[in-house]
Design a protein around this ligand. Structure first.
Ligand SMILES: [Zn+2]
Length: 215
């Protein structure tokens, strides 16, 4: 984990230094290409905070959700089932979304509540049981912002908003249709208002004002 993070920092510093020294002149094509390649292949520094054990960890996850073998083992351990201590790697697409969030809200830590869950009582169809889901919040970011960002940006996902429990559930579901819900008073409310609003094209919203009554 450490070498990757270090490499990321060095690469960033080098890119900044290069840009600063180059001034108004364009970057040499070769150097620019290197910077682009570095960005695509270098891992994102993902700061995690384990909400249950109150411990922090920083891991390097690439934007496609892959990691080096040491980090893979570390992440699998971090996201283990807390009831059974069993481990299963979190789905690659879920990890890619996690890396994306870490980059979006850098350097805020992602506080995770729950990931892999395989204990008795966990539903057979739960994406947690299949290690595709993560429940989390991001310190300093309002939950609706995270919720809408995920729903707007991704397809083949499940996004749940838990305002009372103060977390967002996200999962990847390649074989199922997108599902959005709000969890209130112990019940899932599907197709909530925010899921329509978040995916509505901005132009439609401004061209055809809706729900104006009561303003
Ligand atoms: Zn969940």
């Amino acid at each position: 984990m450490l070498p990757i993070v270090l490499k990321l920092k060095l690469a960033t510093t080098a890119a900044v230094g290069l840009a600063a020294s180059a001034g108004p002149a364009p970057l040499p094509a070769e150097a620019l290409a290197m910077t682009v390649v570095e960005r695509a292949t270098s891992p994102v520094e993902v700061r995690l905070f384990d909400e249950n054990l109150r411990v922090s960890a920083t891991v390097g996850i690439r934007r496609d959700g892959t990691m080096d073998s040491q980090t893979t083992a570390e992440v699998k351990r971090l996201f283990r089932c807390r009831q059974t201590n069993r481990q299963k790697p979190l789905a690659r697409r879920t990890l890619a979304m996690l890396a994306d969030l870490a980059e979006q809200y850098d350097p805020k830590p992602i506080e995770f509540v729950s990931a892999y869950r395989v204990q008795d009582g966990e539903s057979a169809t739960s994406p947690h049981r299949d290690a595709r889901a993560l429940d989390f919040r991001i310190r300093g970011v309002k939950l609706p912002e995270i919720r809408d960002y995920l729903w707007r940006t991704y397809t083949e996902v499940g996004v749940g908003w838990y305002p009372s429990e103060q977390f967002i559930h996200m999962d990847t579901r390649p074989t199922l249709h997108d599902t959005a819900w709000t969890f209130l008073s112990g019940v899932n409310h599907y197709h909530p208002y925010w899921s329509e609003a978040a995916r509505r094209p901005a132009t439609t919203e401004s061209a055809v004002p809706r729900h104006r009554s009561g303003v």
